[in-house]
Design a protein around this ligand. Sequence first.
Ligand code: 26V
Length: 810
Amino acid sequence: MIITKEKIKNDLKDKLINHYAVDINEATNFQVYFSLGNLIRDYASRGWIYTNNSYVKYKEKQVYYFSIEFLMGKMLKANLLNIGILKECKEALSELEFDIDDLEKLEPEPGLGNGGLGRLAACFLDSMASLAIPGHGCGIRYRYGLFEQRFIDGHQMEVPENWLKEGNVWEIRKPDKAVIVKFRGKIDWIKEDGELKFVHKNYEPVLAVPYDTPIVGYENSTVNNLRLFSAEIPGSEYDLASACHGDYKKILDYKYSVEAISQVLYPDDSSDEGKILRLKQEYFMVSAGIQSIVRKFKKLGLPFSEFSEKIAIHINDTHPAFCIPELMRILIDEENISWDKAWEITKSSISYTNHTILSEALEVWPSHMVSELLPRIYMIIEEINRRFCNVLMRLYPHNQEKINKMAIIADSKVKMANLSIVGSQSVNGVAKLHSEILKNKELKDFYELYPEKFNNKTNGITHRRWLMLANEGLTNLIDDTIGTVWKRVPTDLIRLREYRNNPAFCEEIRKIKRGNKEKLAKIILDKNNIKLDPSSIFDVQVKRLHAYKRQLMNGLQILDLYHSILENPNLDIQPRTFIFGAKAAPSYYLAKNIIKFINSIADMINSDPRVKGMIKIVFMENYSVTLAQSIIPGADVSQQISTASKEASGTGNMKFMMNGAITLATLDGANIEILNEVGDENIVIFGLTSKEVLDYYEHGGYSSREIYHRNHRIKRVVDDLINGFIPKLSQDEGMDIYNHLITYNDEYFVLKDFEAYIKAQEKIDMLYKDKDKWTEMAIINIASSGQFTSDKTITSYANGIWNARMGEHF
Ligand code: 26V
């Protein structure tokens, strides 16, 4: 179907009449937004049906990407871009006197993720569709996304994020595809034809209703599916009334408890142990998803022995690890397949990505909780564990400690990572360093047992959202310089290297950055009422707030700089604007105090006339995908300063380099791979190596107190936390941070890396002074960023893990 500007105009007018009974000249922006969304979905629908039919027709292997989070970002422009009608639509709207950006402002951002893990899932969906891989997302349609963050007197406040209040134009409810998920109850054995069968009795049924969202591939007519399930009570309210004997309150309580399952995304980047609702969410998503998959597979009319040739199930971290026992349950209990065959099918279908080495982040569930809530699933996990422990006992007969460590159930806990490794055919980390640490340290025992399962898949980002949508100016300049091949083959960006000393090109690069900084400055003026100087260095750290990411080190460094200027008002530095964005988990007190600390120094420094024109600090509220799309293109410096070994990969680092920011980084996660791509003269690296950090953890020998006493600049800023120097920081807040750094010996080596960090910041200052050098560095970064497109990552998942084919029929 050719979609011209005229067609869009006519179709849009029709939509407005049919939906709202208004003429275009009477319509509000919201009405136009919603009608346009509807129209885009119509355009995508043909491809959606076509793609689905062709997958069925050719019986192509399907990939299902299970994730408890999908952080999609706004979809209006992304869909238009991928359909290939963004330009036509902009023009159509402008002829009708509407502005596409005004419309997109009205689109709520579905905040169905916490951070990197959820955003990665969204980038992967975009890449799968764009490579015409039959790959679909499976998750939960949370009624409320991640909380909205507000600052009240510098404190984080959390407000519910009601993203569905005006409706969601992209989704289609599919009640006919709903399935029942069973909780609690009791398992009975019966003999049927001489065989033992398990029957689940007195369970609590929950109806999982799918909401499907089209995932449009980039100009390739592929439209995949993101299926998010919503929890509802099964049957009619009347059935329920009779089941509850007409007890009205009981009915409402039941309805409430069922709907709670998909009510809200857990905001904690923290341990989930003990949270029964989260456990329910995990099984709800998994059971609904696996049931849908099996139902669809059966329509192909193939034997189950071919299941893993036709289906790949990927689990994004351990949250969907119940996929393993759930698939076993369906194969054994419902399809009458033997344990051994079911186990072969399950293991060969499932693959697992690990996203963190933080031991406190490894998911475990109390056994009693799993056995009460999911009795049949627990039985199956017990049996998997029993068989696995038998193997271990044969291999390591005298090493009970090792067996306990590797067991799936031990100390009355179900260890989800162990289950994921044992029950899958592939285990991957998300950057080279991370995968090495998994093999050589965190998961060493498993690596020795199953070396063939372990592999690395360095994360990536979709250049369509993070360059083509976020940075129109740069996109056009690249097109004019090297043509448009890079849009399909982003590694072609490398050709920009040749232009690194081309004066006209360099000038254009500077102009574009300047324009993006001006736009960002305007947003900040509107939101924060702080006026910025676009010629200052925009030095940005945006990501979740976590001690290991060391926003605190950044704050302390700013404080140190502040002292230096007060001591020497003629200090020769480039004016700097420090920009932060970060949400803290609501129960993470240290993280919240760090937010308060940064907001307090921002207040102090921004209002001090002595440093006017030299430093400014902005902490932007409610960091989100949408904000990231404005912040990142306007950044000069990208701060990626986690304690080495702690950040599994990072993906923000890739987005910044793609937009021409210079990375200021530790040797952690994918920073190391960025360094390898750009070369050490085009990145600023500092700090402990992961080996040094891991050695300290293992052998001790670090004393933050010693450094504090030895280095007077460090002592000065640490003392500022508790001596009243920062007017708005309370004694308790400052003391909490002080204790973390001094009393508890600075778990993340902030003080140890501090001097090196200051030096690295001085190097940034020096490099920025040389405009040509800086521009050259920026160009090398952009040129090298094609290596980090998620298209490349997904190609490698498809070939190396899923054995899925890329787009032959398109
Ligand atoms: C979980 C927890 C739980 C306990 C308290 C501390 C803590 C900190 C972080 C997490 C995150 C776990 C999973 C996750 O989001 N990992 C992120 O995945 C990204 C995509 O692979 C990757 O780029 C980030 O480096 C990684 O932190």
